[in-house]
Ligand binder design. Structure first.
Ligand code: GTP
Ligand code: K
Ligand code: MG
Length: 428
């Protein structure tokens, strides 16, 4: 096994940079730089020197002894001054040591997975945590990283193994008197797991929104003030505004943190009948994106004239309240009137949608949960036919168990790993 190293902290200037080493030579390589032995597990302030004896830096050297480390291997961390030149000099010295090489993106975490320090869902949780920008994303990533989905999968798996072994006991006794009717217990176990699987699979859509962001589209007639409103919400000139109807053609996206929820606001072309070919392309795109969005803000007196369906939860606000006599329910991107209310309305609506999700967060999870669930549904059907078909029911249970093992990465995910780890940055 190679010993790998990489900068674990971000590139660029900082007070401190952390270089991480993992593998059989991690401790000896670190000791090579410090010129003195290191404890198998501990923290020392040391001067680091190049092989020609020239001084590199002073730093803090941490050693972890496998398997009690992030990767499960021997690990050393060098905390040094965070300058590009210092980091480069230390990295150069490390690459000169025989048996050491630069880590590939995600390779530390991959070793942690391979050494059983975390399951695949936790690896995904770690990637999400590193990418998290808002409070809701951070909390969701922490739940997965803590292993809660893996823990659930393990509980389901145990219940299904118990159910399968009950059926197998009957199969083994086929020629003799069957001790008891096992089917009530099997049914209870299987339907309990099915109930949980359904709940988790249904929650993925919302959980995935928290992970990747909710889309909120602003729609209205040309010149309703959509782009002005977008700019007011974003607090910057993200979109061009003008008195000419038909100014916006492409969909303008602005990412925001709305009370902890990640939101992408979409400004769209004003919706109307027009002969202008390019404007028409923009209008088609506007309708498509608005319909696919999680929530629509109708900036209009009359939603029905826009040709985009207004569904439950969508928000209607009246444009240009500063020009109106009665400003009930109105908003003005120009004066800022009603903006705070709109922001809290949007975040209330999205929060209400987000409360109903479970722990699973990805399409990959949903597919595995559904695979397991449909095998269990088949098992329940087969059970109806009585003990003669128990072997088939048991086989369906094993199919479900395999799907849950794939969920946590215990089996059948080799081809997925490269894709998952490619999304990691270097040093993770
Ligand atoms: N008085 C007033 N004028 C506004 C308000 N919002 C926008 N305007 C003006 O209305 C005109 C159109 O604004 P835009 O933001 O470009 O409108 P839009 O809906 O994006 O227009 P299209 O992209 O062409 O569909 C501009 O001259 C704005 O200055 C508002 O709240 N009050
Ligand atoms: K305009
Ligand atoms: Mg516009």
């Amino acid at each position: 096994m190679d010993t790998i190293f990489a900068l674990a902290s971000a590139q660029g200037k900082a007070g401190v940079a952390v270089i991480r080493l993992s593998g059989p030579l991690a401790h000896s390589a670190a000791a090579n730089l410090t010129g003195s032995p290191l404890p198998p597990r501990g923290m020392r302030v040391r001067s680091l020197h190049a092989s020609d004896g020239s001084r590199l830096d002073d730093g803090l050297v941490l050693t972890f002894q496998g398997p009690a480390s992030f990767t499960g291997e021997d690990v050393a961390e060098l905390q040094i001054h965070g300058s590009t030149a210092t980091v480069n000099a230390v990295m150069r010295c490390l690459s000169d040591i025989n048996g050491l090489r630069l880590a590939e993106p995600g390779e530390f975490t991959r070793r942690a997975l391979e050494n059983g320090k975390m399951d695949l869902t936790q690896v995904e949780g770690l990637a999400d945590l590193i990418d998290s920008e808002t409070e809701a994303q951070r909390k969701q990533a922490q739940t997965i990283l803590a292993g809660e989905l893996g823990g659930l999968a393990e509980r389901w798996r145990r219940d299904l193994i118990r159910a399968a072994s009950l059926l197998e006991a009957v199969i083994d006794f086929a020629d003799e008197e069957v001790p008891t009717d096992v089917s009530p217990e099997v049914r209870t176990l299987v339907s309990g797991v099915m109930h949980d699987l359904q709940r988790e699979a249904e929650g993925v859509k919302i959980a995935e929104r928290i992970r990747t962001g909710f889309e909120v589209a602003i729609v209205g007639l040309p010149n309703a003030g959509k782009s002005t409103l977008l700019n007011a919400l974003a607090g910057r000139e993200a979109a061009i505004t003008s008195e000419y109807a038909g100014t916006t053609r492409d969909v303008i996206e602005v990412r925001m943190d709305l009370s902890g929820l990640p939101v992408t606001l979409l400004d769209t072309a004003g919706l109307r009948e027009t002969e202008d070919h390019v404007e028409n392309l923009g209008i088609k795109l506007a309708r498509k994106r608005a319909e696919a969005a999680d929530l629509r803000v109708f900036l209009t007196e009359n939603p029905a004239e826009l040709g985009v369906a207004m569904i439950e939860g969508d928000i209607q606000v009246l444009p240009k309240s500063d020009l109106r006599e009665d400003d009930e329910g109105g908003i003005s991107g120009k004066t800022g009137q009603g903006i705070d209310q709109l922001i809290s309305h949007i975040s209330r609506t999205l929060s209400a949608k987000s409360t109903s999700h479970g722990i699973a967060t990805r399409e990959r999870h949903r597919v595995a949960l559904n695979d397991a669930n449909s095998a269990l549904a088949d098992a329940m059907t087969v059970l109806e036919s009585g003990p003669d078909l128990y072997d088939i029911a048991a086989e369906e249970l094993r199919t479900a168990i395999r799907a849950l093992e794939a969920l946590v990465g215990r089996i059948g995910v080799e081809d997925l790993l490269d894709e998952i780890f490619a999304s990691f940055c270097l040093g993770k």
